[in-house]
Design a protein around this ligand. Sequence first.
Ligand SMILES: *[C@@H]1O[C@H](CO)[C@@H](O)[C@H](O)[C@H]1NC(C)=O
Length: 228
Amino acid sequence: MEEYKFGKTTKQMDVRTLESPLRATFVLTRSDIERLKQRVMDRPDPAQKPFRCSTFSVACRYAWVCFIKARRYVEDRTVYFSFAVDCRTRVDQPIPDLYFGNCIAGVFANASGRDLGGKDGLATASEAISGAVEGLREGVLKGADKWIPSYAALANERIVTVAGSPRFRVYDTDFGPRKTEVVSIDRTGATYIGNCRDEEGGMEIGLVIPTSEMSAFSSFFNDELLNA
Ligand SMILES: *[C@@H]1O[C@H](CO)[C@@H](O)[C@H](O)[C@H]1NC(C)=O
């Protein structure tokens, strides 16, 4: 247990300890990403408007779908996905480029576990994540006074949370790391998504999950790509 202080209140935050954790990094190469984007953009119904699809967001959609399947959350129950967005350009009074500090908000998407694990899982994930990002137009700080209690309420739900960002460009640091990891994810349960060391346009997805789930995740990850 760790203590986090928010203003006047002090709240305990549960951190997990896994029975037999395994840490792994999965790589989406640039060509994997291109194929996934294509699959997301070729919508079965041409009347539907195409999804916007950044490299980061396609990695998120894919990780979410593989997670849902590996965890066997494929049932008619709401599952969640959350990641941070940079608010600097999204607030009413834009913040100068030289501002050095955090200015982020959480984005929460939700969908039915059954739909995400189904044949059109990637489209379902896209619908949910694009919808949540669209929602930011209403004001990135909307409802900020309720963020803390609503985050706390989601802690007991089936949620995938992203740690990291490809914008951090961790491999560009001048000491040239061979491998980067977000070490806290074994306790926070988050999923790391960042850029790839070996290839511009590729993505790394880092996980710490029980050994028993890792092989399922790995096989979904690889199978789905073959069919992409
Ligand atoms: C699910 O997402 C939609 C669209 O962003 C939102 O209107 C709805 O309140 C969310 N539902 C839950 C249970 O979080």
